[in-house]
Design a protein around this ligand. Structure first.
Ligand SMILES: [Zn+2]
Length: 245
């Protein structure tokens, strides 16, 4: 459990540069100031707290991300589809669902997908204090680690894209705030072919795509993913993970 010190990029940078502590503190402060200017879409210029919406490699790559699971019905089906196509994705998990279905978290990690903290039960963090946010994110991470010991929790995604002060907190806990460039609005299933259309026509090079494997009947999403992967590959796309800065 981290206390008030920073994890991840900030820590390694101050170590390697051997700057005096005073300078490291001022770097921290400026990160905080930049984060204060974050917008809901996350297009700020902050260093470690930037909300990423692009793939790691850029170019003709795409990242699939799935929110609100794990779900006992749809997550296993989705994992089977991704395995069959050899695609690695990112799963943004609710702590409450992790507690209910820890074996699915283990399976997600064992399949080589990346994990993302999506709060305990999809709270809107927009007006929360840093302390309240940290408590929620730590509780969620503890459940994920309990379910899948040793698994890395690479990202954090704020429910509803309501970021508030959460990018700052997530970055200080070593998690990359993760946004998206394309949302296919599959929370209200419009039919598989319409989802396929939204993905294949909406994708741009380097896009992080937001979809759902939990929170409702996601069978159309699973089918759309199955159909979309070969289509995107035939258009020259390869699959990548979201950027970590
Ligand atoms: Zn969500």
């Amino acid at each position: 459990m981290t206390s008030r010190t920073t994890d991840g990029p900030l820590r390694s940078r101050s170590r390697s540069s051997r700057r005096p502590r005073r300078l490291a503190m001022s770097a921290l402060l400026s990160v905080g100031l930049c984060l204060g200017a974050l917008t809901a879409t996350g297009s700020a210029q902050a260093v470690d707290g930037t909300v990423v919406t692009s793939t790691q490699s850029g170019g003709r790559t795409v990242s699939f991300t799935f929110d609100d699971g794990p779900d006992p019905t749809h997550t296993p089906r989705l994992l089977e589809v991704l395995r069959r196509h050899g695609v690695k994705a990112t799963f943004c998990l609710w702590g409450d669902h992790v507690r209910q279905y820890p074996h699915l978290v283990r399976q997600i990690a064992a399949d080589g997908h990346r994990l993302c903290n999506h709060t305990m039960s999809h709270q809107d963090l927009g007006s929360w204090s840093q302390q309240q946010i940290r408590q929620n994110l730590e509780q969620t991470n503890a459940l994920i680690r309990q379910a899948a010991p040793g698994a890395q929790i690479t990202y954090f995604r704020a429910p509803y894209g309501s970021w508030g002060q959460s990018p700052q907190v997530a970055a200080s806990m070593g998690m990359q705030p993760l946004g998206w460039r394309l949302a296919i609005n599959d929370w209200q299933p419009p039919g598989t072919s319409e989802l396929v259309r939204r993905i294949t026509q909406g994708v741009t090079p380097g896009a992080v795509v937001l979809m759902h494997d939990g929170g409702g009947d996601r069978s159309q999403t699973v089918s759309a993913v199955d159909q979309t992967i070969p289509q995107l590959r035939s258009q020259g796309y390869t699959f990548d993970q979201p950027a970590v800065r």
